[in-house]
Design a binder for this molecule. Structure first.
Ligand code: UD1
Ligand code: CA
Length: 430
């Protein structure tokens, strides 16, 4: 891989109106900056992220997931602007692709089109009916002559509909020579990266405009943009999984995290939410169930089931209003209204309606272990830590606070008392 990537992410993102840095807002479960890093990693081994606003927080977030990313701190006070962001950045390879951290929808094929050919600079352009806000691209005989920022445009230039989408592929040699010579002699008193275009043209270099898709290159600047980008990303993710064989009922009502994976024939009904790095194999997830970071294999969940992180379900049936957290269920049936937390439950075991693992005492969490072929009667409370061996029956309504040995019946029930004619004494004759 002989191209370097620089991702500009030092901007403040004021329009997000958030204490979270703009580039850390999530799209399909990942900070938008991660989408850019993922694309960069497919084409380069030399990736630099330029930071300034909340740099520490962004760097920490990146380093928790990626290694080998370089960071560059922009001197944003002395050198504001996209050109200022490039000051002091060193790249390893002979060409650099410059991306924006707030463009999570850019695809590999678009980046590849920008890397092709032998122009000195390839730059992304889009044609807009309403070019307001963008730098206008002046093109002459098929090549770019200069980019004029909206605030610096003379009236005639404002009419230009071909605008700068903000991504460039530039020869290293040009960056090294031009960036130190940028000035802030413009309406915004910023150092514009776009001024390198004119410098290149003045030297007789070729700047080639590459027409790109507006949808992919639209920067995310507000919560509205974020929601719109999410919709586009979701449509892409679901299209890919449907092509791979996942059935979806009313796909527009389904949410799938970008880190989730499916194998075999899976069915997702309407309203299902698949979050985190869920791994789902040959399973049926029914209406309005929520799956978070869980491994589900040859099982069915819901409607309205919830499987939380660090759970593994194999050959298991989870019915409505059942919640599973940090538990491993193999060959289990839990049809209705139940909570299994920090539990390990083995094959052939039936969990009745309303069974609750009492896994938390207000300070710590404790495990529940249930063996094979156990029948747990409805409305049982399992007070953890507790172990139920194989072939046990637990009577409905029991509170189990001691281990139960193989083959036993466990029952804890106050004896039933009946009072004759109490109803009539209390309410009188009807
Ligand atoms: C820039 C282009 C404009 C183009 C537009 C496309 C310049 C001068 N103008 O506009 O021609 O139409 O992108 O979106 O480059 N950033 C930094 N440091 C800074 C300022 C920005 O790292 O000091 C980063 C931002 O985080 C962002 C990217 O650069 O990822 C673009 O910044 P933004 O302010 O959106 O671009 P504009 O200057 O408006
Ligand atoms: Ca700006």
């Amino acid at each position: 891989m002989s191209i370097s990537v620089v991702i500009l992410a030092a901007g403040q993102g004021t329009r997000m109106k958030s204490t979270t840095p703009k580039v850390l807002h999530e799209i399909s479960g990942k900070p938008m900056l991660f989408h850019a890093i993922d694309a960069a990693q497919k084409i380069s081994d030399d990736i630099t992220v330029v930071l300034y606003h909340q740099a520490e927080r962004i760097q920490e977030t990146i380093e928790a997931y990626y290694s080998g990313i370089h960071f560059h701190m922009q001197d944003s006070v002395q050198f504001p602007g996209t050109g200022g962001a490039m000051k002091g950045v060193t790249v390893k390879h002979s060409k650099a692709l410059i991306l924006n951290g707030d463009m999570p929808l850019v695809t590999m094929s678009a980046l590849e089109s920008l890397m092709q050919g032998d122009a000195d600079i390839n730059m992304s352009v889009i044609k807009l009916d309403n070019p307001t806000g963008y730098g206008r691209v002046v093109i002459n005989q098929g090549n770019v002559v200069e980019i004029v920022e909206e605030k610096d445009c003379i009236p005639a230039q404002k009419e230009i509909q071909t605008v700068n989408a903000g991504v460039y592929c530039v020869k290293k040699e040009l960056l090294e020579r031009y960036i130190p010579h940028l000035n802030n002699d413009n309406a915004q008193k910023e150092y514009y990266l776009t001024d390198i275009i004119k410098m290149a043209v003045d030297e007789g270099k070729i700047v080639h405009p590459v027409m790109v898709d507006e949808e992919e290159f639209k920067g995310v600047n507000s919560k509205l943009d974020l929601a719109h980008a999410e919709e586009i990303m979701q449509r892409r993710i679901k299209t890919e999984w449907m092509k791979a064989g996942v059935s979806m009922r009313l796909p527009e009502t389904i949410y799938i995290d970008s880190r989730a994976t499916f194998e075999g024939e899976c069915i997702l009904e309407n309203g299902v939410s698949i979050q985190g790095a869920a791994y789902i194999i040959a399973s049926h997830i029914k209406t309005h169930s929520v799956i978070e970071d869980a491994h589900i294999e040859n099982s069915d969940v819901g409607p309205m089931g919830r499987v939380r992180p660090h759970s593994t379900l194999i050959d298991t049936h989870i019915g409505n209003f059942v919640e599973v957290k940090k538990s491993t269920l193999t060959g289990v049936k839990a049809g209705h209204l139940s909570y299994m937390g920090d539990a390990t439950i083995d094959a052939g075991t039936n969990i009745g309606a309303g069974v609750i693992t009492c896994n938390y005492d207000g300070k710590n969490k404790y495990p529940t272990k249930i063996g094979k072929n156990v029948f747990v009667g409805s409305d049982t409370q399992l007070v953890a830590p507790v172990t139920i061996e194989d072939d046990v029956m637990i009577a409905a309504g029991s509170t189990i606070n001691k281990n139960v040995a193989q083959g036993e019946l466990a029952i804890s029930r106050a004896p039933l008392r009946t009072v004759k004619n109490f109803f009539y004494k209390f309410f009188g004759d009807k």
